[in-house]
Ligand binder design. Structure first.
Ligand SMILES: N[C@@H](CCC(=O)N[C@@H](CS)C(=O)NCC(=O)O)C(=O)O
Length: 282
C-alpha cells in the first residue's frame, strides 16, 4: 500500500521513539522545515504543539526567519540570510516565499508550502502514526471546546490586538493615537475575548485549559496571554482561571523551554519604539 510518505516523495521511512518511549513516530530523510520567529505568536502555537506532542526534528526542522522593522517601527519578518531557499529566491523578502508575508510557513521537501498555524499543525499530525492521537481530548464536547478556544484566539483576538495593525491604523487611517502596546482598541479586544475564554474555561479547565492534559487550546492560548501581559493586563485580577492555568503551563516541562526560548512569560518584542516615535510625530 502506498503511504502518505510515498505519495509525498520521501526517500526513506525510519522510526523515532516518542518522548515517553511507548510508541513510534515516522521520520524521513528530509524533514519538513518550519519557518518561524521567536517574536511571532502564531509561530509559537506550532512550536508549542511540536514540543508538547514530542514531534522529532527528523520530522520537522525549525528554521528561524530574520526580523527587521520598517520606517514606522512595524516588525517585518524576512527570509533567513544564507538559507538555500533564500539563495534560490534571490531575495530576503518573505512575500516571495509566502505571498501573505506571514509566518509560520511549513516547507515540504518537494517545495510545496503550507501556511496558517492550525492547518500546519493538522498536516504535521497527519504524518504521525504513534497511536497516541493529537493533542485533543477524547470527549467530543471537550474536543469542541479546545477548537472553540483555538478559534477565539486565532480569529477573534490575535488579528484585532495586533500591534502592526494598530500602528498602521493610527498612522494611515486616522485612528486615535496612543501607545501601541496599550492602545484602547488592543485592550478592548483582549479583554472582550479573554472574558469569553475565562467563562468557557471556568467549566473546562483542570490543570490546563481543557482538563488535565496539554491540548491545542493551551498551545494557542499561551502566546496570546504573553501578548496580553505585554499590555499590562493583570491576569490574576481580571482572569483568575486563566492565570492559574498559565502558571501551570509555565511549569510544564514541554511548554517551559519554548516559552523561555522566546523570552519568557511576557512577550518581549513587539515593535521598534524609537522608530514609531519619529513616525508618530510626522
Ligand atoms: N492566521 C495566521 C496568522 C499569522 C500571522 O499573522 N503571523 C504574524 C506573526 S505572529 C506575521 O507574520 N505578521 C507579519 C505581517 O503581518 O506582515 C496563522 O494562524 O498562522
Amino acid at each position: 500500500m502506498t503511504s502518505r510518505f510515498d505519495k509525498l516523495g520521501f526517500e526513506a521511512r525510519a522510526i523515532a521513539s516518542t518522548p515517553d518511549g511507548s510508541g513510534s513516530m515516522p521520520s524521513h530523510a528530509e524533514p519538513f522545515r518550519l519557518f518561524h520567529h521567536p517574536a511571532s505568536s502564531a509561530s509559537m502555537r506550532v512550536k508549542l504543539y511540536i514540543s508538547a506532542r514530542g514531534v522529532p526534528t527528523s520530522l520537522v526542522e525549525l528554521v528561524s526567519t530574520g526580523l527587521e522593522t520598517d520606517h514606522r517601527g512595524i516588525m517585518v519578518f524576512t527570509m533567513p540570510e544564507g538559507d538555500p531557499v533564500t539563495e534560490a529566491l534571490g531575495t530576503t523578502d518573505l512575500k516571495a516565499f509566502n505571498p501573505e508575508g506571514r509566518i509560520p510557513v511549513l516547507l515540504l521537501p518537494d517545495g510545496r508550502k503550507m501556511t496558517q498555524s492550525g492547518p500546519i499543525i493538522d498536516f504535521i499530525e497527519d504524518h504521525i502514526d504513534d497511536g497516541q492521537g493529537p493533542l485533543l481530548p477524547d470527549d467530543p464536547w471537550q474536543r469542541a471546546n479546545v477548537k472553540r478556544i483555538m478559534w477565539i484566539v486565532a480569529a477573534d483576538t490575535q488579528p484585532y490586538q495586533n500591534i502592526p495593525f494598530i500602528i498602521q491604523a493610527m498612522g494611515e487611517w486616522g485612528m486615535i493615537k496612543d501607545t501601541p502596546t496599550t492602545h484602547p482598541l488592543r485592550l478592548h479586544f483582549i479583554r472582550r475575548e479573554f472574558g469569553a475564554i475565562e467563562g468557557i474555561i471556568t467549566e473546562s479547565a483542570g490543570r490546563f485549559v481543557v482538563g488535565d492534559q496539554v491540548t491545542l487550546a493551551d498551545c494557542f492560548l499561551v502566546p496570546q496571554i504573553r501578548n496580553a501581559l505585554l499590555s499590562g493586563i493583570d491576569l490574576t485580577a481580571e482572569f483568575p482561571v486563566m492565570a492559574r492555568v498559565f502558571g501551570n503551563l509555565l511549569e510544564e516541562p514541554r511548554i517551559k523551554p519554548v516559552v523561555d526560548a522566546a523570552g519568557g512569560a511576557v512577550q518581549p518584542l513587539a515593535f521598534d519604539a524609537k522608530k514609531f516615535e519619529v513616525y508618530a510625530k510626522t
